[in-house]
Write a protein that binds this ligand. Structure first.
Ligand code: HEC
Length: 514
């Protein structure tokens, strides 16, 4: 089954065949060779791609560390030109610089002729330069196998021309993943159009530091295997700098792993299941809290506002591995709050019928129900509940279920959670102007607003980074974004350990929301 944010249903189920739009690859730099790629990994992470264990000795005490704790990049920088810190001045180690025929005299007086591959290897393994001077002990000594040294040299020869994929002096190439067929096609089209309209406007204003944004749209289908294959091909071979608002329902974990492995920033995947642990989402940034956070807020609400203690809670949901995690989050939070026992009733949508459900409810007599089905299934549930003497409280998420079928008799029983609203809606003007100017439909306002916010966040990150752009730098810039106002969502703040921009959840009686 598909989960998506609210107001995304396509009323007429129209089929739209848009096809794959691929923008011609206009990259100047050739892709890295295999050896250069291995060298890059070693340079960036300190880990040997061939699986060798590399240790480093550093400092006056010659302290031993795994090389992953002291990768070259941490001192010599992404561009290899060195990042002075205090008194320590790591030098420029791009190979063309090391190999300059007249050698170097460094600021600290150290003088040496051109490095060769042999003296280079000696420098990193024994800390002696090409004139046999001892290097400062701030430069670690590495136990580096020959094959790894060759890869590292290959990469250092390429380093100065190795801009991240998808980047030229005049373009930044982005990719998104959107449904284009079936019941979600209309929403996919609305999301695509708002991205195009916004990026066109940015480009018309001169782009970002003279780089124009290109957008590549790949098709999301309900066939996870083939969708993932498309995304893998796109990220591995098509030179994409970053992904913007990929629609990743049901494959969010696979796409996350792929983006993280390849170091491709993923800005605001369109999902209800953001990865909570920022250690697992170093290149991925989310906008909104997602169902896990919403469900924890539901449990808190039941404890704080409804004063439920030691109660019987029942999670009711269709089978779905992501919802299983939500049920787990509810159990954990209930345990923490001393709210009582939680059981999980998993149904198959085709057999979700009042009788079976009523039997279940009479047996269990829950005080609280956390319900994660569709709006139609909610009506079935409410019918069953009508027959009970004591009606339980029911929590639903606006991201999955609307409260249209809720009537007066449940007025104090049913609660609706949603991501908190924007504090400052006056800034939404830009969004509505863009829609009007481009004659865009407004059938999927929520999806359009979230996608637009994703694009604004990315552009803010790019602008903060400046001309010297790289994926790593973009990630760092976004991590410094604080209280960013898109006009449509609550203010977004990020940090090294915070990759979800807003975690605030609002919970209101469902009738009030109608
Ligand atoms: C903890 C910081 C640090 C790390 C990590 C580090 N270096 Fe260095 N490196 C230095 C410093 C500082 C110098 C300058 C030493 C001096 O001037 O005596 C240096 C010097 C060098 C030199 C000598 C250049 C010259 O012009 O004489 C080479 C080659 C070098 N590093 C390669 C590497 C490689 C390759 C790696 C990763 C495998 C690496 N370094 C990791 C700090 C570091």
């Amino acid at each position: 089954m598909n989960y998506y944010l609210p107001a995304v249903k396509n009323p007429n189920g129209k089929m739209l065949l848009i096809g794959l739009i691929l923008i011609a690859n206009s990259l100047s730099a050739a892709p890295l060779t295999e050896s250069e790629t291995r060298g890059k990994q070693l340079y960036m992470t300190g880990a040997s791609p061939s699986g060798n264990v590399i240790t480093a000795h550093i400092g006056l005490e010659s302290t031993e560390l795994p090389s992953t704790q002291v990768p070259c990049v941490s001192c010599h920088g992404e561009d290899g030109r060195g990042r002075p810190e205090g008194n320590i001045v790591p030098t420029n180690i791009t190979f063309e610089y090391l190999a300059l025929s007249y050698g170097h005299q460094h600021d600290n007086g150290r003088k040496h002729p051109a490095f060769t591959p042999d003296t280079f290897v000696r420098a990193i393994s024994s800390g002696i330069d090409s004139a046999s001077n001892r290097l400062d002990v701030a430069m670690p000594r590495y136990t580096l196998p020959d094959s790894d040294s060759a890869d590292l040299i290959a990469y250092l020869k390429r380093l100065s021309s190795d801009a991240d994929a998808g980047l030229t002096d005049t373009t930044i190439r982005l990719a998104t993943l959107l449904p284009m067929q079936g019941s979600l096609a209309d929403m996919g089209l609305a999301m695509k159009n708002i991205l195009l309209a916004y990026f066109n406007e940015i480009n018309a204003q001169g782009g970002i530091y003279n780089r124009k944004i290109q957008l590549d749209v790949t098709e999301y289908t309900s066939d996870s295997e083939s969708t993932l294959k498309n995304v893998r091909r796109l990220l591995e071979t098509e030179s994409v700098f970053a992904m913007i608002a990929p629609f990743s329902s049901n494959i969010e974990q696979d796409i996350l792993l792929l983006a993280e492995r390849l170091g491709v920033p993923q800005i605001a995947p369109y999902t209800l299941f953001p990865e909570d642990k920022s250690s697992r989402s170093q290149f991925t940034f989310y906008l909104l809290p997602g169902l896990n956070n919403e469900s924890r807020a539901m449990v808190d609400y039941a404890a704080n506002e409804l004063h439920l203690k030691n109660s019987q809670s029942l999670v009711i949901s269709p089978e779905n591995s992501y919802i299983r995690k939500v049920a787990k989050a509810i159990k954990k939070q209930s345990q923490m709050r001393g709210s009582g026992a939680v059981t999980h009733f998993v149904y198959s949508p085709s057999t979700f019928q009042p009788q079976a459900l009523t039997a279940k409810l009479i047996k269990q007599m829950p005080d609280v129900i956390y319900f994660f089905g569709t709006s139609d299934e909610l009506s079935v549930l409410l019918k069953s509940i009508e027959t009970l003497k004591t009606k339980p409280y029911v929590f639903i998420s606006s991201s999955l279920t609307n409260a249209k079928g809720v009537n007066e008799q449940f007025h104090d029983k049913i609660f609706l959670s949603s991501p908190a609203a924007s504090q400052n809606q006056s800034n939404a003007e830009d969004f509505f102007r863009l829609i009007k100017q481009n004659n865009l439909s407004t059938h999927h306002l929520t999806a359009q607003a979230v996608t637009y916010s994703a694009a604004k966040l990315l552009v803010e990150g790019l602008q903060k980074t400046g001309r010297e752009l790289s994926r790593k730098k973009l990630v760092q810039s976004i991590e410094h974004i604080y209280q960013f106002d898109t006009g449509l969502l609550p203010a977004l703040s990020y940090g090294a350990n915070r990759h979800i921009g807003s975690v605030d959840v609002s919970i209101v009686p469902a009738l009030q929301s109608n």
